[in-house]
Design a protein around this ligand. Structure first.
Ligand SMILES: *[C@@H]1O[C@H](CO)[C@@H](O)[C@H](O)[C@H]1NC(C)=O
Ligand SMILES: *[C@@H]1O[C@H](CO)[C@@H](O)[C@H](O)[C@H]1NC(C)=O
Ligand SMILES: *[C@@H]1O[C@H](CO)[C@@H](O)[C@H](O)[C@H]1NC(C)=O
Ligand SMILES: [Zn+2]
Ligand SMILES: [Zn+2]
Length: 293
């Protein structure tokens, strides 16, 4: 009991004072893409500027531009319309231009999964109520008991047992949201239904990590079970870096079948700032709807 109380005390009084830490400007522009964006400030439709191709790549990767188009440097109506959709999803002024707010938002640390997969969240772009979404076809697990295990291909800066504790708490968070229907058990090593680990740069799945900042992690839809963390981040569980448990809660949402939400308070919102270890009602509604709970 004393232990439980002190955990509650810790969460209320130690975690909450700094839940949304704004990245410093220097930190926000530290990634190569962040630097490109700084040079694109004020660029708009009709211009051809070096770096727009990289912006096209970003918008395409996160689902705002159709795949397979050339990543040239001309800022055409497709780029403008993609920017508008990006701005709408991320709740910043919809200008269709690369303005300061857009640069700031695009430079935030975030999940590497797209925001839009085809029509995974038709509500997102139509001004309809904001809420959760699923992967195309709404894939989900066909059993409640899931095992998980750690396996990394790169070194990482945080003790494995600290990671394991954070993962365990993050799994419990989702188990609770499903009235403990889901049961998660840890295996000492793979095989397991869910395999998570740290990886650096290109690591064999076509989704290379980008060094410190930018993309922090990604995870695949059911019943794939792969969950990757960028080993170049400064992972932590007590401030001063990227909060392990916060990102774990988000990525487990993907592993269970939730896609990105445009509800800014949801754990499944794509950018990840500071510490957010608890599910929002939107996340709980999403997981319950997907599994019919
Ligand atoms: C740039 O790429 C887009 C998308 O593929 C294409 O529609 C457009 O014609 C290209 N523009 C130039 C100038 O190459
Ligand atoms: C969704 O995306 C997939 C893969 O890019 C594509 O094959 C499919 O045609 C798209 N569906 C729609 C409705 O756009
Ligand atoms: C979003 O919310 C609206 C209204 O609550 C609901 O009708 C709609 O089905 C929701 N969409 C999703 C994907 O949950
Ligand atoms: Zn994500
Ligand atoms: Zn990966």
């Amino acid at each position: 009991m004393a232990n439980k109380l002190s955990i509650v005390f810790f969460l209320l009084f130690v975690v909450n004072p700094f839940p949304f830490v704004e990245p410093k400007a220097s930190e926000a522009s530290a990634t190569p893409f962040g630097k490109t964006l700084q040079k694109l400030e004020g660029v708009h439709k009709g211009q051809r500027v070096k770096g727009v191709g990289e912006l096209r790549g970003f918008l395409q990767h996160f689902g705002y531009l159709r795949k397979g188009n050339s990543l040239n440097d001309s800022f055409d109506e497709n780029v403008e319309s993609a920017l508008r959709h990006y701005q709408e999803f991320h709740h910043i002024p919809v200008s269709g231009e690369v303005d300061e707010e857009t640069i700031k938002t695009m430079s935030l640390p975030r999940c590497g999964m797209p925001d839009i997969i085809n029509d995974s969240n038709p509500n997102a772009l139509s001004g309809a109520p904001e809420n959760y979404s699923f992967f195309p076809g709404s894939p989900r697990w066909t059993k409640w008991g899931l095992s998980y295990a750690h396996s990394s291909s790169a070194s990482f800066n945080i003790a494995l047992n600290v990671v394991r504790q954070a993962k365990s708490r993050a799994f419990q968070t989702w188990a609770q949201a499903t009235n403990s229907r889901f049961r998660f058990t840890e295996n000492a090593r793979p095989p397991a239904d869910i395999v998570y680990g740290f990886h650096r740069g290109a690591h064999g799945d076509g989704l290379p990590f980008d060094g410190p900042g930018g993309v922090l992690a990604h995870a695949f839809a059911p019943e794939n079970g792969r969950c990757h963390y960028d080993s170049d981040e400064r992972w932590t569980t007590n401030g001063g870096g990227t909060d392990m448990e916060t990102v774990a809660v988000h990525e487990i949402g993907h592993l269970l079948g939730l896609h990105h939400s445009n509800e800014p308070n949801a754990v499944m919102f794509p950018t990840i700032q500071g510490i957010r270890r608890f599910l929002a009602q939107d996340d709980i509604n999403g997981i319950r709807a997907l599994y019919g709970i």
